[in-house]
Ligand binder design. Structure first.
Ligand code: ZN
Length: 219
């Protein structure tokens, strides 16, 4: 963890990261950044699906540090450009995609808009518009099923704009990309999940934690 339990003061981890950012890094060690910011937790977690998992990812904890978010956004922007994408706008599904999409847009010097659900349907609100023929990339923090990414792609194409490529910090999908567009992720994570009766962590009596709380469910 970077921050001491008191929640104030800089730990050695923060200083280490800031130094590495200041001297510049040839490649961004995203896995280590996820660990050092507490975005990738290890233990025994109860997921909202009811399944248990030994790891839990909360990208917001990575992106809470603007300097880190800027570095990650620049790295993802480079990956999108390496796919040949020259977007005029970055489009994100709210809420998870907003921060990283904004940093990608900053790095590429383009604007950023986000989609959100209105009565369950993904749409552009807040006066955001996309022009016919405008070149867009859709950017997410984590792609798991790809559902919200596809819904956002649909919003872009319904506006007459085009989706050049899709980007994410973390690819958690089990299989290959099925977006029908080039896809770039900074890291691929395969996190196992278990039904409670089959969970080896339950059998080992590791305390079960609901992510986002400090409450032990059992153990
Ligand atoms: Zn378990």
């Amino acid at each position: 963890m970077w921050l001491r339990d008191s929640g104030c003061g800089w730990s050695a981890g923060v200083v280490n990261i800031l130094l590495r950012i200041m001297v510049g890094m040839a490649t961004l060690d995203v896995y280590r950044l996820l660990q050092e910011t507490g975005a990738l937790l290890e233990g025994h977690f109860l997921l909202s699906s009811g399944l248990h998992s030994p790891q839990y990812v909360q990208c917001a904890r990575l992106l809470q540090f603007p300097t880190v978010a800027g570095q990650v956004g620049a790295a993802l922007g480079e990956r999108l450009e390496a796919l040949g994408a020259r977007p005029q706008v970055i489009v994100a599904p709210a809420i998870g995609g907003i921060l990283i999409a904004h940093e990608v847009a900053r790095a590429l010097g383009v604007r950023c808009v986000f989609t959100e659900r209105e009565q369950g349907v993904m749409t552009l609100r807040r006066g955001f518009t996309l022009d016919a023929g405008e070149r867009a990339c859709v950017v997410e923090d984590v792609v798991t099923t790809g559902g919200s990414t596809r819904e956002t792609m649909d919003v872009v194409t319904r506006c007459g704009a085009q989706v050049l490529a899709v980007g994410a910090i973390i690819d958690r999908r089990g299989g290959p990309s099925d977006f029908g567009r080039p896809f770039a992720a900074l890291i691929k994570l395969t996190i196992p999940t278990y039904a409670p009766p089959d969970c080896p962590l339950c059998r080992a009596d590791v305390p079960l934690v609901k992510p986002g709380s400090r409450t032990f469910i059992s153990g």
